[in-house]
Ligand binder design. Structure first.
Ligand SMILES: Nc1ncnc2c1ncn2[C@@H]1O[C@H](COP(=O)(O)OP(=O)(O)OP(=O)(O)O)[C@@H](O)[C@H]1O
Ligand SMILES: O=C(O)C1=C[C@@H](O)[C@@H](O)[C@H](O)C1
Ligand SMILES: [Mg+2]
Length: 179
């Protein structure tokens, strides 16, 4: 199960709860990159630029989408590379957590760990990123969930319902083989 969406959509928050509910391991691609590099995201951006970070991100997405039975929270820009979208779409169920820009802004404004938002006008950045990325999140997603105004625990139960509906629709087991 792979979660995609913009910064502040709640991929890390919802992903942790969902993994607990499903009895799976939770992995956050940003944290994985940090542990592999031995440096935080801000340091990687400062030393290697965004391009260096994206190379590391593609390697992480390739590895993690092959790990069995995990819930993966991806970074907000993970869908930018066509290669990453292919890995995500082909190797698991992709859920797009979609929050409006106002909500993204409110949820990210106090946290300085996101280098792309350390600019004089982070709202404009979030708006521009959203215009470019929303079609890509939609392209890669099997399920789309609005996360703007729902508490995390409630989100997880809604998502479980959507997942059950998704598996009911895509279940190709012949009826005779079902209990
Ligand atoms: N459904 C929600 N309701 C209220 N607050 C939330 C919700 N989801 C997340 N938050 C809060 O918003 C902040 C950002 O959430 P989170 O880190 O999970 O986003 P993210 O999608 O992983 O962002 P990033 O792409 O930057 O890693 C956190 O402080 C979290 O507690
Ligand atoms: O939206 C983005 O491009 C990013 C989101 C974060 O999750 C990190 O992956 C990094 O800060 C870049
Ligand atoms: Mg996150």
């Amino acid at each position: 199960m792979f979660l995609v969406g913009p910064m502040g959509a709640g991929k890390t928050t919802i992903g942790k709860l969902l993994a607990k509910q499903l009895g799976r391991t939770f992995v956050d691609s940003d944290w994985y990159i940090e542990s592999q590099t031995g440096a935080d995201i801000a340091w990687i951006f400062a030393k290697e630029g965004e391009a260096g970070f994206r190379e590391r991100e593609t390697r992480a997405i390739d590895e993690l989408t092959q790990a069995p039975q995990i819930v993966l929270a991806t970074g907000g820009g993970a869908v930018l590379a066509a290669e990453n979208r292919e890995f995500l779409r082909q190797r698991g169920i992709v859920v797009y957590l979609n929050a409006p820009v106002d909500v993204q802004m409110a949820r990210t404004s106090k946290d300085k760990s996101r280098p792309l938002l350390q600019q004089p006008n982070p709202r404009k950045i979030l708006q521009d990123l959203y215009s470019i990325r929303d079609p890509l999140y939609r392209q890669v997603a099997h399920i789309i969930m609005p996360t703007g105004h729902t508490y995390p625990r409630h989100m997880v139960s809604q998502l479980m319902q959507q997942l059950n509906a998704f598996f009911d629709c895509t279940d190709t087991t012949p009826k005779d083989n079902k209990e």
